[in-house]
Design a protein around this ligand. Structure first.
Ligand code: USQ
Length: 402
């Protein structure tokens, strides 16, 4: 199939290009290299070195024997986007080209406005460009499990049956996002659902959990083919941060009590799920929602897992509880469905311990790069709009006995 990846230079985009090429798909994509700039703006860099795009494209050609059709450009530039899609005529469009960080969107008014403008208008442009340039293409829109928030009831996949005053309907499940970033994804979902209804577009809205991992097998041993791995407070996700902290002997930064429960998945599972989705498109006019995660864990469980695996390879890992810079519940009910992908053949990794071991071993090679940025590991972006560094509220060395 011909697959267009918007945001092909990012953590997921670069990995997906390789996963698809290894399976014989033809890949094109765009990027503006914003992710590289944002991470620099917040004072950090990727733990795994990121090579220039020309170097990446050459290494890709050497490994997979095929080229990526790449053009530098922004989804906010509608003329650029429409003509690229018109030229390539993709079967599927995977949309990763958004600002993905909750804390970054909460810094101040300018960052909140930038996030929503970039994400919502960029996605709206994708919908219009598909309608005008390739209306049969399948849009795979990266949403987030965070759109649902943490309701005190089970979370279905997008829709649920409601009975109200004696009448029944199947309606979108309520969204209760927890940051201006997560709300931007809710707005995207609404626009995507609407475009499918009025124009007959076909789309899968992926409610993805928190991704972690340093590699997929398709990357082989070539360092140029590795994806980036961020560990700063904005672009580093929980497990990626914990692993980077573990290899330099920094205490793991557990926010609050650590009972926040989320769906998590290794990078390799994310690639498997996205490819299954691409290869099984919906019918014209269908808008479907897939919840995409391997399993639900509390952040505390994952911190202890990193501590245990770290000690198996000789690392002395401490875990500290910091006062939570975010406004979120740190103890709550959480039970989302994830049946659609399983029904289409998704086989979850299950061996999260093995994945964390690979991560720690990969990251130990880049210990010096992580140590260079040690001073930015403790968060200071707060949901009330202030900037105050989190302080330690509890120190713990080992897991409590259950
Ligand atoms: N957390 C810690 N310590 C840290 C970092 C995070 O305890 O050092 C906690 C947070 O308070 C939060 C949980 O871990 O409760 C997850 O935080 P995260 O930064 O790993 O993930 P999040 O902000 O939710 O966002 C990430 C991606 C985002 C994606 C989302 C999926 O950055 O693009 O949409 O995961 S989900 O969480 O399911 O909404």
């Amino acid at each position: 199939m011909k697959v267009f990846i918007a945001g092909i230079d990012g953590y997921l985009g670069w990995a997906l290009a390789q996963y698809l090429a290894a399976r014989g798909h033809k890949v094109a994509g765009n990027d503006m290299f914003y992710r590289r700039q944002w991470v620099e703006e917040v004072g950090s860099h990727s733990a795994i070195p990121v090579y220039s795009l020309p170097e990446r494209l050459a290494a890709f050609r050497a490994r997979f024997g095929t080229d990526i059709l790449f053009r530098e450009g922004d989804l906010l530039d509608y003329t650029f986007l429409k003509s690229f899609l018109a030229d390539f005529q993709p079967d599927a469009i995977v949309h990763f080209a958004e600002m993905p960080s909750a804390p970054y969107s909460m810094i101040d008014q300018a960052h909140a406005a930038f996030t929503q403008h970039n994400n919502v208008i960029g996605s709206l442009n994708v919908l219009w460009a598909i309608k005008e340039a390739c209306p049969q293409a399948h849009l795979i829109k990266l949403g987030t499990m965070g759109e649902y928030g943490t309701p005190n009831v089970d979370i279905p996949e997008g829709f649920f049956e409601v009975e109200f005053r004696g009448r029944k309907d199947v309606l979108p499940f309520p969204r209760q996002a927890g940051s201006f970033y997560h709300w931007s994804k809710v707005h995207d979902s609404n626009n995507t659902m609407f475009a499918c209804r009025i124009w007959g577009l076909r789309a899968t809205d992926i409610m993805q959990g928190v991704v972690f991992g340093t590699r997929i097998d398709e990357m082989g041993e070539d360092p140029i083919l590795r994806s980036r791995l961020d560990f700063d407070q904005c672009f580093g996700t929980a497990v990626n941060r914990f692993c980077c902290q573990a290899v330099i002997g920094h205490p793991l930064t557990l926010y609050g009590r650590g009972g926040q429960t989320r769906g998590f998945l290794p990078l390799r599972d994310s690639m498997q799920c996205l490819t299954i989705t691409i290869e099984n498109p919906p019918k014209a006019g269908e808008y479907r929602v897939f919840n995409q995660f391997e399993e639900c864990y509390t952040v505390e469980e994952l911190a202890y897992l990193v501590q245990e695996v770290g000690s198996e390879i000789g690392l002395n890992v401490e875990i500290h509880h910091y006062d939570n810079p975010r406004t979120e519940q740190d103890k709550h009910y959480y039970n989302p469905d994830r049946n659609h992908l399983i029904n289409l053949g998704y086989q979850p990794t299950h061996d999260v311990r093995a994945e964390v071991r690979i991560m720690l071993q990969d990251l130990l090679q880049h210990k010096a790069r992580i140590m260079e940025k040690e001073d930015i590991l403790v968060p200071d972006i707060r949901w009330d709009g202030s900037r105050r560094r989190s302080f330690i509220i509890d120190e713990q060395r080992v897991a409590p006995q259950s």
